[in-house]
Design a protein around this ligand. Structure first.
Ligand code: SAH
Length: 230
């Protein structure tokens, strides 16, 4: 069910994203986002991914708390990272940091299959349940430490990390198909962070800085090295 308020909110959210795309075009080198990305943003009801009581802010172009000290990212950043992945209907992608499941839902509109890892068990099960209830059948959520990736389904046509890593995890590069991209915020938890695109080539990798960002930190638990073994 979509209310008039939600339709108005969604229209405003899409306008805000388009405006920010223009403001940041010099920095990102992107004059606009593909219509497929904007259509995916329009298709996913963000109000269903925010905690009860925050629905009225669901279409604001900002991050919101989702519990456990974590956040659902700003819509513009979700669209930007989706755009930077350069994936299509045949692609299989990995997300690290499921959170609310919102970014996974947006990606599911663009690709064939999304695998998503979340470290916090409560967030992983809530997101899995939410995505299932909303009918996203091509998203599989697992609890686990995404620092090590998810080797079982590799290589991926794109990997997106939605928490800031102190450095680029080697396992994620190894799980990229040749020519595929890793989109990842890199930097200290509370220091400057930069959104980066890392492309895996045959012999080397290419790293490009897109713009400054502020993400919650990617945490690293050595106790849980193997998300595929349970
Ligand atoms: N993509 C999410 C927002 C993520 S916030 C959304 O659309 O709502 C970042 C998330 O990364 C948090 O939920 C946090 O618990 C998770 N996280 C942090 N470190 C992680 C790790 N090592 N592996 C997997 N998930 C991690």
């Amino acid at each position: 069910m979509t209310s008039i308020d939600e339709r108005t909110g969604m229209r405003r959210m899409l306008e805000d994203i388009r405006r920010e795309v223009l403001y940041t075009a010099d920095e990102t080198g992107l004059p606009g986002f593909h219509e497929a990305v904007m259509a995916a943003m329009a298709a996913v009801p963000r109000a269903r991914f925010v905690p009860q009581g925050l629905e009225s802010a669901a279409f604001d172009n900002g991050p919101l708390p989702i519990g456990h000290g974590q956040t659902i990212s700003q819509p513009y950043i979700v669209a930007l990272m989706s755009e930077l992945l350069r994936v299509g209907k045949e692609s299989v992608v990995l997300e690290v940091g499921t959170g609310s499941g919102y970014q996974a839902a947006v990606l599911s509109e663009l690709v064939q299959q999304v695998y998503s890892l979340e470290l916090v068990p409560e967030l992983a099960s809530a997101a899995a349940e939410r995505l299932q209830r909303l009918g996203y059948q091509n998203v599989e959520v697992r609890q686990g430490d995404g620092y090590h990736g998810w080797a079982e389904h590799a290589p991926y046509d794109g990997i997106i990390v939605t928490a800031a890593a102190p450095h680029i995890p080697q396992a994620l590069i190894e799980q990229l198909r040749i020519g595929a991209r890793l989109v990842i915020p890199v930097g200290d938890a509370y220091g400057p962070q930069r959104l980066m695109v890392v492309t895996r080539h045959k012999e080397n990798v290419d790293e490009r800085v897109i713009l400054p960002v502020a993400f919650v930190p990617l945490r690293h638990s050595t106790a849980d090295r193997s998300p595929t073994l349970h």
